[in-house]
Design a protein around this ligand. Structure first.
Ligand code: GLU
Length: 421
């Protein structure tokens, strides 16, 4: 039978496993196994050719026991309600592990942003925000960037919501441009947070990051910033890839050249394909099987599956993407000698600095980049230690431990609220 790649199924399974290991009150799983609220919207957009096109969007709010829903919004042609639900569930755990006063949210529009003009993209964003405005707000649900969305789009989100309200609502969305109340350090936060937990894992394993060999899958905001930061930490970036293919060099890729590539590494320029002297072309699949110290899936979900998990030859697997490993892939990883930094820990840097942005907006008092990064480091290191200690105490893998830390927080909050018997 082929593998079940439904992310909602994966999220439910991970939560159930952790509830069982913790021997939780059955009510905990019953409440957490689905989002508390989902909204599907259809809205019209006037296209550049004058036609009207209807777009479908979603917003899912998983659980608000610890605080308002928080999580990104993505533009993806294949986006479904189940994917949105799963992503909102993972956000609940990310926030809980890092100790943020949030529940999980996620949303997006089923569209191909590459096929939209800049004006159409803005119209889609504004149409979506008008459609979901009744359920978002600084104290209800706070969107942020995710796959194929960025600070510019968050600026439109803030502006559209503010127009509806009749006053400026900076705290309704995070990941905004600095001039509209964005935070220092937010753009690099997912990558920097991931680097902090990689550093802590390397210490536990006695691996030095100086000269460590790194492979990164995905060349979006996370992948690109990961290469920059790890290079600065003294590591060697030996492979990178995106949807269209990848590059490999045992000596280390020329980071100064690759980080300048905005968009696909394999994009065509007027002069043909970008040249990378000394690098060999590899496929996305080859990258996952490369012999390296740290492998970082930083693209999208369902990359490490029952089919290819066994081929991984990394010492540390740091999941900067959401849901890159399927349940079948995970069962294989558990039997292997690879230290897993699960997505809900390794990718929590973004939402952590989003939290800082929200706090700064609510106080209208802004921090320096150094203050932001220092607080991010404290939170990520504490979260890593907590999950690591849990994994030792309960003799479980790091992914189970991460879910268990999150479930415990949520169960305590739900109990204190009187939601459980
Ligand atoms: N989209 C990011 C994530 O999946 C960031 C969410 C946020 O900042 O709220 O973690």
């Amino acid at each position: 039978m082929s593998e079940n790649l439904n992310m909602f199924y994966a999220a439910q399974k991970q939560i159930k496993d952790a509830c069982d290991k913790l021997k939780c009150d059955p009510g905990v799983y019953e409440i957490l196994k689905q989002p508390a609220r989902v909204l599907e919207v259809s809205f019209p957009v006037k296209m550049d050719d004058g036609s009207i096109k209807i777009f479908t969007g979603y917003r899912s709010q998983h659980n608000d026991a610890l605080g308002p829903a928080k999580g990104g919004l993505r533009f993806s042609p294949t986006l479904t309600l189940d994917e949105t639900k799963a992503l909102s569930m993972w956000m609940t755990f990310k926030g809980a592990i890092v100790g943020l006063p949030y529940g999980g949210g996620k949303g997006g529009v089923a569209c191909d942003p590459k096929k939209l003009s800049p004006r159409e993209k803005e119209a889609v964003t504004r149409g979506y925000i008008r459609a979901i405005a009744p359920i978002i707000g600084p104290m209800q649900d706070i969107p942020a960037p995710d796959v194929a969305t960025n600070a510019e789009i968050m600026g439109w989100v803030m502006d559209e919501y503010s127009k509806i309200k009749g006053y400026n609502s900076f705290a309704v969305v995070t990941g905004k441009p600095l001039i509209l109340g964005g935070s220092q350090g937010r753009t690099q936060a997912t990558a920097l947070g991931c680097c902090f937990v990689i550093r802590e894992a390397a210490k536990k394993l006695g691996i030095s990051l100086k000269g460590a060999r790194i492979a990164i899958q995905g060349w979006g905001n996370a992948g690109n910033n990961l290469a920059t930061i790890l290079h600065e930490m003294g590591a060697k970036i030996i492979a990178v890839s995106d949807l269209n293919g990848g590059l490999y060099s045992e000596q280390g890729l020329d980071v100064a050249t690759i980080v300048k590539v905005d968009g696909s590494l394999m994009q065509k320029t007027d002069a043909g394909l970008i040249e990378y002297p000394g690098a060999t072309k590899i496929s996305n699949g080859d990258l996952l099987a490369i012999d390296c110290d740290v492998l970082i899936p930083a693209a999208v979900e369902n990359q490490i599956t029952g089919d290819n998990a066994g081929k991984i030859r990394a010492k540390i697997l740091a999941e900067a993407a959401n849901g890159p490993t399927t349940p079948e892939g995970n069962e294989i990883l558990k039997t292997m000698d690879v230290f897993v930094l699960p997505d809900i820990l390794a990718s929590a840097g973004g939402v952590t600095v989003s939290y800082f942005e929200w706090v700064q907006n609510l106080q209208s008092y802004y921090w320096t980049k150094e203050e932001v990064n220092q607080r991010l480091e404290q939170k990520m290191v504490a979260a890593f230690e907590n999950v690591y200690n849990f994994s030792k105490e309960y003799s479980v893998d790091m992914r189970s431990a991460a879910y268990m830390v999150g479930i415990k927080q949520l169960a305590d909050a739900m109990k204190a609220r009187g939601w459980l018997s």
